[in-house]
Every structure is written in C-alpha cells, then in structure tokens.
Design a protein around this ligand. Structure first.
Ligand code: FE2
Length: 144
C-alpha cells in the first residue's frame, strides 16, 4: 500500500470512528447543529476552513421510491481529475451514525462522483458523507 493511500484510509477511518464514538450526534436532528460540523466534517451551513467549497463538495441526494424501499442517487458536483483531486467515496450512515454502505470511486475510470444505493425497509434520518482527497469530509442529512 502506498503511503498516500495509507494516509487517506487513516483519515477516513479516524473520521468515521470519531463519528461512531460520539453518541451525542445520534440524538440530534437535521434541524439542530451537529457537533463537529465545521471541524470534524463540513456541511452546507458549516463550511469551516473550506468556505466557498460547499457547492462542489456537499453531497446531494435524489430519492426514488421502489417497492419495498428506496433508491438513493448521491451526487457530488466535483471534478474527477485523476488521483490529483477527486471524490474518494460516498458513505451512508443510519440515524445512529452506524455504517450502512459505501461506494469508492476510481478517478481514472469514473468521470463523475455519482453513486446509487438501494435501501430496503429504511426510514428516518439518513446521513450521507462525501470525501474529497483535498477538502475533507462533507455531510448531508436527509429524512426518508
Ligand atoms: Fe475537493
């Protein structure tokens, strides 16, 4: 494993482990400020040191209802400039910030940061993370 890949995975792991280790996050709703917003992760409202980057880093979601669940199409309107600057992955977490699914991108193949997830029988808050290799971790929370 290359040093850069190791560091990238470490950052993602540390970020997700910290989210999971903060149970107070799980009790908050989308209408209350999330602990860590603007520091550990970034939101549309809390851009922290990345002011002006929200338009190309905040993940958006399109929901399509299916029989027995929904399909979530996640998009980050970000360039995919090879391994120089790209979206590493999208991650879905449940209302308690527990891992549901993820999609890794290959910037040599993927021309856009778009992923699709099937979520059978899930309702409530869904947290969506998008990780840029240069501009950190961005969170959107939606209600299903
Ligand atoms: Fe970026």
């Amino acid at each position: 494993m290359k040093r850069r890949d190791f560091m990238r995975l470490g950052l993602v792991g540390a970020g997700l482990m910290t989210l999971q280790a903060a149970p107070s996050l799980a009790t908050e709703t989308k209408n209350t400020p999330l602990v860590g917003a603007g520091g550990l992760f970034y939101t549309k409202e809390n851009t922290g040191r990345w002011v002006g980057k929200e338009g190309t880093h905040f993940p958006t979601a399109e929901i399509q209802k299916l029989a027995g669940g929904v399909s979530i199409k996640v998009t980050t309107a970000h360039e995919m400039n090879g391994f120089e600057h790209y979206i590493v992955k999208h991650v879905l977490l449940d209302k308690n910030f527990q891992f549901l699914n993820e999609h890794f991108f290959n910037p040599n193949v993927d021309k856009a940061a778009i992923s699709t997830f099937a979520l059978p029988n899930y309702t409530g808050t869904l947290h969506i993370l998008s990780l840029c290799n240069k501009h950190d971790l961005w969170l959107n929370s939606i209600e299903l």
